[in-house]
Unconditional design. Structure first.
Length: 175
């Protein structure tokens, strides 16, 4: 595979950052996938050992990660990027935040960090993506949002409660 320069990798990552910003504003998460992802891209996210999501190809990425997972109650959430780190062999690491709606009583944000490991092909499209974030902190964040009256009932039903149940089952097996 042809190697992209550092500036080409940063530009490719910036396209994703811009798309995520627009997607957060519109709560529409699939419009950019065809443009930014390679047709054979594999997206992976491990949810603290409770669930493994592997989407193989852009149709599955649109149906799972950006479709099913982002279309149910994530209104008002943003995912601001904190940094882009260029590595070797067309690899980039991005540091972003899961930022919930509203502000904390002290004027801060309800948020937890996450990272993505991205590999770009010679055309500057994402051909591999591996996302990681701390699921326990994400659940705590959702509890804080619920206490503040900011957690979507749909997000609680479709994601928070099932993930908490999976975490509890996993921990119960290991005790």
């Amino acid at each position: 595979m042809a190697k992209l320069s550092g500036s080409e990798l940063r530009a490719a990552a910036q396209k994703l950052i811009n798309a995520h910003r627009e997607a957060s504003e519109k709560n529409q998460w699939t419009f950019f996938v065809d443009e930014l992802y390679a047709s054979d891209c594999v997206y992976t996210c491990e949810y603290a050992g409770t669930m493994l999501v592997i989407a193989d190809g852009i149709d599955e990425i649109k149906a799972t990660h950006y479709g099913r997972d982002m279309q149910k109650g994530w209104e008002g959430w943003t995912f601001p990027y904190q940094g882009v780190y260029v590595g070797a062999d067309n690899r980039v690491v991005t540091h972003w935040l899961n930022r919930g709606p509203g502000l904390t009583p002290d004027g801060g944000y309800y948020q937890t960090p996450g990272i993505s490991f991205l590999t770009f092909n010679a055309e500057g499209r994402i051909c591999r993506q591996f996302d990681m974030f701390d699921l326990a902190h994400q659940m705590h964040l959702c509890d804080e949002l619920e206490d503040a009256g900011l957690l979507s009932a749909e997000l609680k039903q479709s994601w928070v409660l099932p993930m908490k149940e999976k975490l509890q089952q996993q921990l119960a097996r290991n005790t």
